[in-house]
Design a protein around this ligand. Sequence first.
Ligand code: SF4
Length: 135
Amino acid sequence: MPRDSKEEDLISMVYKLVLESGDDGILQSELWKKLNLTSRDGSRIATRLEKRKLIQREKVLEEGRWTYRLKPLVIPLSIESIADAPCITCPLYYKCSEDGEVSPRTCTKIERWVVTEYQRATSASSVSVGEAHEA
Ligand code: SF4
């Protein structure tokens, strides 16, 4: 797997676990253990998510040592709905704006993701309707 896509996968996994931790957040050491990350790699990823205003790092005293608790800044209605969104790991994130040279209006990555998510959502709801008829 190329280095960039491995990094993107890790960013998505870290973000997903922080989202799943809810309002209480999760100690970064717990998170690094779960994902088998070094504290250096984990901190780099957490800093990237913090800069994108997706999480916050709150300094806390835990068993006599200062560490960080990672908390989601925005909790979506459904974690699955955004955990795989390409913008979370996009290297062009800082250049992207509605009227910019890089824009969601022309981005093929976001277009593909929206279409896939829409298809997933509509096929899931048609399964439930079918199941409801069988019941
Ligand atoms: S819309 Fe496209 S270019 Fe912009 S941040 Fe998202 S994935 Fe990147």
